[in-house]
Design a protein around this ligand. Structure first.
Ligand code: NAI
Ligand code: MG
Length: 481
């Protein structure tokens, strides 16, 4: 490619390069080639974006809910008109299958924005209380002001939408800082929205975490933060936000257990603990990845056989090709990290299948960041591969005998984002729903993030939800007549 496209920030309705003029390379993880350049923003750009969002806030928050709703429906229309383009850009940038990105970056997001449009009303609904015959109490829901969204690379448009869409629905204005590894789809969305939204309501500033993310979360003009990413960075941001006492929502990592009991439908369970939950779902680069598969010992060999048969049918390759069922790892840095865990696993545990990586796996794309679906088996949940988030297509089977043992192993992790339970026993189901330390519990199904339900974690997986009401605060009012 002779011309590498350059993308720009969206600040105050204008598309602009970083004030320093610096750019970052964006790499296509299927080829290893630089295919786009994005602004390397810094404090100056962040200041400009927060200032634009601050200026836009009074008028945006003063709009009736129905008027804000109208704008958000126009964003949905942009996804209907440009969804395919956005999905393709995101696939070129982060390697997620085009098929999956149609839902999470493309046309499928129109559904989300229409829903956000419906939520504007919920965000202005307070309640009234008769305190005594001549005194009324009421609550007023108010937006915070400027919301900062810190976005990861695994689902840039979807994460940008869940933060910006709901924050805007509630009357906030927003500054989004997407991840340096994959932000083209979000910057392109910014171009498409420049004339759709009033200037400054949504601002997008790309750049590195320490250079652009940190000045944003430390900015005095930012009144609420929502961040999705690693627990380590979440803790850094929480510390930074303490100085300004800025409230925050954190959706962080996981080491989620997927527990298979002998009485389960083993065919469904074998598919449910492999495919989308850890392998084909963005090559395991999802926060809810079921990376620890707990299997009751009496069905261990049968389960291993079934899982291997399913994994052997997974087709790695070009994420734009509809025949492909699993794409690459997002970046060289993540590839190094995942392949290092393959070595750690081979030393401390036993390899069941997979374990290869690089050009051996997809010879047609020798520069891509390929890792095979990989399964280890271990008897000790304290191993590194059982405790650390790998964020790749790498799972570990941990056998167990009793319910108590399964529960102990499942909860023996610093994380608490998701958990799966596969069984037909109703009492057991209720006990596990109650006792699993996890923000999400999925029974006889996995990876069910639904717009109708809250999504978030406990322990090191964070707190809070990207929910429209979490982007509002309540004021208590008393009126004496
Ligand atoms: P990260 O958590 O460092 O990056 C997420 C976002 O935070 C990016 O936009 C980044 O630029 C920003 N950021 C980084 N440092 C910052 C700071 N000091 N202040 C403000 N913003 C900052 O994640 P990274 O390094 O890309 O991936 C490392 C690991 O994190 C992965 O291997 C995976 O385990 C986990 N992760 C989890 C995700 C999830 O969906 N929960 C998404 C991405 C990564
Ligand atoms: Mg990229």
């Amino acid at each position: 490619m002779s011309e590498t496209p350059e993308y720009r920030n969206l600040i105050g309705g204008e598309l602009c390069p970083a004030s320093s003029g610096r750019l970052l390379d964006s790499v296509n993880p299927a080829t290893g080639e630089v295919w786009a350049r994005v602004p390397a923003s810094d404090r100056d750009d962040v200041d400009a974006a927060v200032s634009a969002a601050t200026s836009a806030f009074p008028a945006w928050s003063a709009l009736p809910a129905s008027a804000r709703s109208h704008y958000l429906k126009q964003v949905a229309q942009v996804f209907i008109a440009h969804g395919e383009e956005l999905a393709r850009l995101e696939t070129l940038d982060n390697g997620r299958l085009l098929e999956e990105n149609r839902g999470r970056a493309g046309m499928g997001m129109a559904f989300f924005w229409n829903r956000a449009a419906e939520m504007t009303l919920e965000a202005v609904r307070g309640h009234s209380v008769v305190l005594d015959p001549t005194t009324f109490g009421l609550t007023r829901r108010e937006p915070y002001g400027v919301v900062a969204g810190i976005i990861p690379w695994n689902a840039p448009v979807a994460m940008c939408s869940s933060k910006a869409g709901l924050a805007m629905a509630a009357g906030n204005t927003v500054v989004v800082k997407p991840a340096e590894q994959a932000c083209v789809s979000v910057l392109r969305l910014g171009e498409l929205l420049a004339d759709v939204l009033p200037p400054g309501v949504l601002n997008i500033v790309s750049g590195l975490g320490p250079e652009a993310g940190e000045p944003l979360v430390r900015h005095h003009g930012v009144k609420k933060i929502s961040m999705t990413g690693s627990s380590a960075t979440g803790k850094l941001i929480h510390r930074a936000a303490a100085d300004t006492l800025t409230p925050a929502i954190f959706e962080l990592g996981g080491k989620s257990p997927n527990i298979v009991f002998a009485d389960a439908d083993l065919e469904a369970a074998a598919a449910g603990v492999t495919t989308e939950s850890i392998f084909t779902g963005n090559a395991g680069q999802v926060c809810v990845a079921g990376s620890r598969i707990l299997v009751q010992r009496s069905v261990l060999s049968e389960m291993l056989e079934r899982m291997e048969a399913i994994a052997s049918g997974i087709v790695l390759g070009d994420p734009l090709d509809p025949r492909t069922t699993m794409g690459p790892i997002v970046s060289e840095g993540q590839y190094d990290s995942v392949t290092n865990y393959l070595e750690v696993g081979k030393k401390e545990a036993e390899l069941v299948f997979g374990g290869r990586h690089g050009a051996d796996v997809v010879p047609e794309f020798p520069g891509g960041y390929w890792v095979e679906p990989t399964l280890f088996i271990a008897n000790d949940n304290s191993l590194r591969i059982c405790q650390e988030e790998i964020f790749g297509p790498v799972a570990v089977v941990i056998p167990f005998d009793t319910d108590d043992e399964a529960l102990t192993i499942a909860n023996d992790t610093s994380y608490g984002l998701a958990a799966g339970v596969w069984t037909r026993d109703l009492s057991r189901i209720h006990r596990f729903i109650r006792d699993l330390e996890s923000g999400n519990v999925w029974v006889n199904v996995y990876r069910q993030t639904r717009y109708e339900l809250p999504f978030g974690g406990v322990k090191d997986s964070g707190f809070g939800h990207d929910d429209v009401l979490e982007f509002t605060r309540e004021k208590a009012v008393v009126i004496a007549t």
